[in-house]
Design a protein around this ligand. Structure first.
Ligand code: HAM
Length: 430
């Protein structure tokens, strides 16, 4: 009955959710999906070069995991988490970041007494106000080095960041570094900051007033000019951390500044509660308001806080959509050949030839045009998908065991008809 009623009724189209992208690579190298997929592949290769092992955790977790790690007062948990109750009334969240899940998995596998070098890649969710570079579903590639206290891992982490920035020859970007001290230094600094800001409370905007109450260090991140004026005379973390922490910052800056632009920024705080010690963020002036394309730091207490052993750790995550905006894809060296079967029939013999060609040269992309259509239409499509050559097989060619090779990029070269043996030799040679 309902079905009958619905027949003839024009239904509204169902659209994707706000802030969530369909990533479809249509072959245009200037589009975000093409860049993103390329980036993912390259970053995987770079991670392999550092002997990192891959870890994939579920995208759904117990909501408490993020409340206990990222922090109940953080924007991410307070305002942005995608959470719901499942059929058993259990609080479930779509992960807003990867670090908490990695540590949860390591504790669960009883691997929290040893060292690990791990990487992951995948989608994260945050209910933010969408704008350029800020989505509700976005992708991160992350690295976590577990079990080793401050020292070499800090250098390894910045080395990975510099390798990625150099690989893509990014210009106009800066790695900002800071040290939040041990937990007790961070707390002392936080108390001093609150004491300084309290008298200015009425001059702060609503957002900064809330930050002051719930997460005072975040006031340092304020985009409000008046707040930044007030902060000019505020206490600096520099007065609360040991000289060894400042030495570490200077040493990292000295050792890597010939490769990447590194700036010590004592006002850099991170939006997640679990950090103490060394923290960093990479920003680019080409990105606009959402200029941070990567961030991370040390989180020595997180594992114990989630019920595991003391596991001093450091990590970082790259925002892949933002990073992809910064790269340009060059024309690939791989040749594309379009295979045009214009026999007018479903000719298994033609497909067998295509299969044979593919096995002869793995560096060539062979695009077999599967749909029916005229030679003209197929050639138009071959040009559109940037093919270097078209191999054309029609009824005559099939009968005579020949094929036509038509160059599509070089106008000076003429098309030729060759025997199948010559076609195979040609294919091996390009
Ligand atoms: P995060 O700074 O919150 O750190 O995120 C890392 C990166 O993800 C950001 O620098 C940004 O590029 C990207 N990102 C964040 N939110 C969005 C969004 N709504 N849309 C697009 N991109 C976004 C973390 O997530 C930590 N788990 C990093 C870490 C790993 N720390 C230690 N280990």
């Amino acid at each position: 009955m309902l079905l009958k009623l619905l027949q003839g009724v024009k239904l509204d189209k169902i659209k994707s959710l706000t802030g969530m992208l369909d990533l479809y690579d249509d072959g245009d190298k200037t589009n975000l999906p093409a860049k993103l997929f390329y980036l993912e592949k390259k970053i995987r290769d770079i991670f392999k070069g550092y002997k990192l092992n891959e870890i994939r955790t579920p995208i759904l977790e117990d909501t408490n995991l993020f409340i206990r790690s990222v922090g109940g007062a953080s924007d991410i948990v307070n305002k942005e988490i995608y959470s719901f109750n499942d059929r058993n009334d259990k609080g479930i969240a779509l992960r807003p970041e990867g670090t908490a899940s990695v540590i949860r998995a390591i504790i669960e596998k009883k691997l929290d007494q040893s060292n690990h070098k791990l990487w992951y890649m995948g989608p994260m969710w945050r209910y933010e106000r969408p704008q350029k570079g800020r989505y509700r579903q976005f992708n991160q590639a992350g690295v976590e080095i577990l079990g080793i206290p401050e020292g070499m891992p800090e250098f390894e982490m910045i080395s990975i960041v510099c390798s990625i920035i150099s690989e893509f020859k990014l210009q106009n970007c800066t790695i900002k570094i800071n040290h939040l001290g041990a937990q007790k230094n961070k707390e002392l600094f936080c108390n001093a900051l609150v004491k300084y800001l309290e008298p200015f409370k009425e001059s702060l905007d609503e957002k900064d007033r809330q930050r002051l109450e719930k997460n005072p260090l975040r006031v340092l991140d304020s985009k409000n000019n008046e707040t930044q004026d007030i902060l000019r005379d505020a206490p600096s973390i520099k007065e609360f951390i040991d000289s060894s922490s400042i030495d570490l910052l200077k040493s990292i800056q000295n050792n890597f500044s010939d490769i990447c632009n590194i700036e010590i920024d004592y006002s850099l705080v991170r939006g997640l509660d679990y950090y103490s010690g060394f923290v960093f963020e990479a920003v680019s002036s080409e990105l606009g308001a959402q200029d941070s394309f990567l961030g991370g730091g040390r989180y020595d207490q997180l594992c114990a806080k989630l019920g595991g052993k003391d596991l001093p750790s450091i990590g970082m995550a790259i925002g892949l959509e933002r990073f992809a905006e910064l790269i340009e894809l060059k024309d690939s060296l791989v040749k594309v050949v379009s295979f045009l079967n214009v026999t007018g029939n479903l000719e298994p013999k033609a497909y067998k030839i295509a299969h044979q060609l593919r096995s002869l040269n793995k560096n060539i992309i062979l695009d077999v045009h599967l749909s029916e259509g005229s030679l003209k239409a197929k050639l138009r499509k071959a040009n559109k998908n940037n093919s270097d050559y078209a191999i054309i097989i029609g009824d005559d060619e099939l009968k005579n065991n020949t094929a036509v090779i038509k160059p599509l990029k070089n106008e000076l070269e003429e098309q030729i008809t060759v025997s199948l043996d010559d076609l195979y030799s040609f294919f091996k040679s390009i």
